[in-house]
Design a protein around this ligand. Sequence first.
Ligand SMILES: NC(=O)c1ccc[n+]([C@@H]2O[C@H](COP(=O)([O-])OP(=O)(O)OC[C@H]3O[C@@H](n4cnc5c(N)ncnc54)[C@H](OP(=O)(O)O)[C@@H]3O)[C@@H](O)[C@H]2O)c1
Length: 264
Amino acid sequence: MIINNSTILLTGASGGIGQAIAKALAKRGASLILVGRSKESLQTLLRVLPNPERHDIVVADITSLEGLTIVKESARQHQNVSALINSAGSNDFSLLSHKRPTQIADEIQLNLVAPILLCQSALTWLKQPGVILNIGSTFGSIGYPGYTSYCAAKAGLHRFTESLDRELFATGIRALYLAPRATETSLNSDAVNEMNRQLGNKTDSPQVVADHVVIMLEKEISTKWIGWPEKLFARINQLLPKVVSSAIRKQQETIHQYINRVSH
Ligand SMILES: NC(=O)c1ccc[n+]([C@@H]2O[C@H](COP(=O)([O-])OP(=O)(O)OC[C@H]3O[C@@H](n4cnc5c(N)ncnc54)[C@H](OP(=O)(O)O)[C@@H]3O)[C@@H](O)[C@H]2O)c1
């Protein structure tokens, strides 16, 4: 797609990655519809974007049907939205046995059900040609302790995006999936950041993710994993999951030390 002069709807716009995506797209001449629950955070973002008068904010909780309706109405009013980026997401790093059922349900709702329903809605308001970009995670390809329900949701989002892209073949709408690795945002607690440092897991700046988003949109690349060795592990996990299991097993003591720190 051509980003300049396009209109793009972005969920999770006020988040660490969302803000970097918004800045990168606005700099390239896109008009944005910025979605989030906090009006104040969205207004703060709007003030630092190039050409603030070209962008709109939409305050909506996308885990509710009311919120989804608000997003749909706003997208329809614009009439010319050519891309939807689903970046809203959250996770809770804790053992499955320590999670409340509502936490699990909320995680699946925000990371999987909401983007699916937004994609379905987008089919009624996206211009053709149009692009959908779902932000997943390395954890959508690699099951990791402490992230069971998040891994399930992101794996589901990956397969959903792949199915949708194939379902939409020749309609002029593409569905793309980007899997970042750990990224410096407030999504990750201090304990998670410390664990990543101790395990030698690399962390990207949100700008790195935004740069990948721009390339994916411009070239309409189906799927991308960010970072080595994560993109290699994602593939090895499909072919030889035992190899990845044994690598994670060596990290088990450290992982459990940090899970216990946040879940008690
Ligand atoms: N950071 C990482 O390490 C990392 C790694 C891989 C993948 N990712 C993925 O990248 C995406 C962005 O993550 P991030 O790091 O930018 O997270 P973040 O900084 O915590 O931002 C999350 C965003 O989601 C929005 N949000 C949360 N609940 C919502 C709801 N119910 N309705 C509407 N919006 C909601 C938040 O806005 P409000 O709270 O104002 O609503 C915020 O804009 C997520 O899908 C995440 O899973 C992140």
